[in-house]
Structures are given as structure tokens and as C-alpha cells.
Design a protein around this ligand. Sequence first.
Ligand code: PLP
Length: 422
Amino acid sequence: MDHFADRGGALFAEDVDLTALADEVGTPLYVYSTATIERHYRVFAEALAGLNDPLIAYAVKANPNLSVIATLARLGAGADVVSEGEMRRALAAGVPPGRIVFSGVGKTRGEMAAALAAGIYQFNVEGEAELHVLSDVAVALGQTAAVALRVNPGVDAKTHAKISTGRAENKFGIAIDRVPHAYALAASLPGLRAVGVGAHIGSQLTDLAPLEATFALLGDLVARLRTAGLAVERVDLGGGLGIPYRTGDAAPPTPADYGALVARATARWDVRLMFEPGRMIVGNAGVLVTRVVTIKPGEARSFVVVDAAMNDLLRPALYGAWHDIRAVTPRGGTMVATIVGPVCETGDTFAEDRTIDRVDAGDLIAFMTAGAYGATMASTYNSRPLVPEVLVDGADWAIVRPREDIAAQLARDRIAPWLSNH
Ligand code: PLP
């Protein structure tokens, strides 16, 4: 459920009229709803309420805007980060270091040192070589790093291939049979404290069965490690819960279904459980509002050309992802069109031959469910400035990232000295 709704023939974000907002801020723009973010976090937390002190570490990659993280930090969320930049964002937004988990398959020594200096809660380590490097860095700094091993369970998450992370051929994690050896190594290396294991098998999961299979494997693994005399005090179950993108599609499993599965599967583990939800917290909490530049009748199909492009919202071009499309102020009636941006790539297509609300040049349309993996994946391709982000809270709104200034974009480049004399 989200807080974007039609009010008297115009789309609102909570109590803010998107047409007035777009007129004031300009288009394209991302708009996020505080009430939706808060609701999704609370629903997720309530689904896990029966567990003993779970840590919900919001996956910052889904939407790293400082105000979004701060909204969640106020509710008690931790953060799952995969770079020094994300870690600094989490800290700047008020997430206590003791609730930050550092994941990722290619942490550098510099990132490890920065995270140790910040005093984060845990590193999720992806391989034995990384254990040696982290041990080295921790010893050099006179620190101890709490380490959980990311397990590659060899489970197909049955999601899009590009966001599946738990199969043997994926780059992520340590093959489950190899984990006891790696865990013993982690327990023996100086500067490390082996605290647990974890898995994240993919994103936008619409079936709980692969998670159930993964949890069963993790449960067996914990038992095996303990039998080998190794202490296990934490298990990180990752993120990945899918969300509804397309009106009319079967609803994905609810957080309550997920919570019930977790409770059942982990009842006898005697560990602190950790979670890394991203998309399910912020996905439906954001829209990308764009203006129709022109309608271009073509030989084979008609194009609606909008002022947003693949550089602003990459998911359709990257994954063939679906976003519902709504006119902000519907004129009545529908049309079939291919919705494209101005970037010089045929892949700059948001939807092909889609039946949408009838629109004309100058009208506003909204790409729904754009709060996760939207602005964060944006680039400046075609020298387009990064679009602004607005956070709404009831009738209040604030620009939480201004539109990038083209002069500032230019100023980041330098003319090489041998070119600057003419
Ligand atoms: N944790 C890890 C390690 C991830 O790689 C991701 C995303 O890919 C997430 C958590 C968040 O996943 P989601 O947004 O599907 O919940």
C-alpha cells in the first residue's frame, strides 16, 4: 500500500498535489512519500516482532538519499552498506555505527579501515582471501572485526538473472560446503571474531520457496559449525522480498508470510537474526514525475517522448522492468504508445506498445514504484543533469536533492594543460 492517490482527478503524494509540485520544482523529479516509507518499515518490523531483538539493516543501495535513510534511522533501522560512500551516508543520516553491516564482494583495504575506524557492527565477508586482508587491516589498526560469512547456498531465487545472487555461478558468497573451513579460518585469524553466517539470494523474490530452502541450509550449517566447536551468535537472512510493480499481477508474499516463515525456520537457532530489506521498504514509496515533450507518430507505432530518460530511471532499459504509468491529471480515455526518453539509445524505452492514459504534449505522467533502484542508479549520460528528489510528509515537502546544475557538471571536467592555450 502506498500514499500516492487520485484526489478529484489529480495525482497526489500524501497531501501534496504533484502538478503544483512539478510546476515549482520542474521535471523530471523523483517524489518520495514519508508515510509510505514509515508504513513499510513498520509492517516489516511487526512481521518480525516475535523474534528476539532482530536487527533490520536497511539496504542503503535501494535509495541512499540522506533524508530517506534518516527517516528510517528515526524508526530504529540499521543500515546494510556496500561501500564507504554508503557507510558515510548511513552515519551522516544518524544510523548508529553499532547498527551498520558492511557487505559487498570487493571491499578495499581503505574501506575496511574506514569501517573499522567507524566501529561498525559487522562485516559480511565473501571469501577466504578477504578474511586474510581484513585480518591484516584490523591488526594494523589494533582493532577486532566482527565477521559473518556470506554463504552461497546454490539456490535459484527464481528472479531476473541480473538480480539473482545465490546460484553457484554467481559471484557472491562462499560455496556452502566450503564455509566450515572458512569459518574455522575466520575464528583463527588475529583481528577477527567469527560471529555468524548469512545469505542473500537475490532481489524482487515473488516466491518464498527459495528462501525456505536457503533458511533450511543455513540452519543445518549453523548446527554443523557448532558441532565442530565453532561459536555462532548471528545469522543474516539478507533482503530480497519482492513488491507489486504491475497492477493486476499476483501479489507477492506479504511481510507477514515472510515473518511466519522466518519464525518457523529459525525457531531453534538461538542466534540474533539480521535482515537487509531494501526494495520492500522504499520501492512503492517513490514515483518519477516527467513531462511529455512531444507525441511522435511513427510508421509502425506512436511514441510518447518524455523528458525523463534511461539515465534517470534505468530499470526498464537494464532489466526490461515494468513500471505502471499514470497521467498525473488524466484527460479521460486511453491510447497505445511506446514511451521513450530523449537519450540517443533505442534502449531508452520505458514501455512498448502500452495502453496508457491519453496524454498530450505538456502533460505530466508518473512512473510508479520508482523509489528503489531509481535515482540511485541514475547517471549523467548524454550530459543530462541528475534529477531532483523531493520528500513529502503530509502537506510538507522538501527538496532533498536539488537538480544538478549543468555549470557544476561542466566544472567537474578539466581541460588538459596542452589544450588550454588557445
Ligand atoms: N543485501 C544485499 C547483500 C544485497 O545485495 C541487496 C540487493 O541486491 C539487498 C540486501 C537488498 O535487496 P532488496 O532490495 O531486494 O531487499
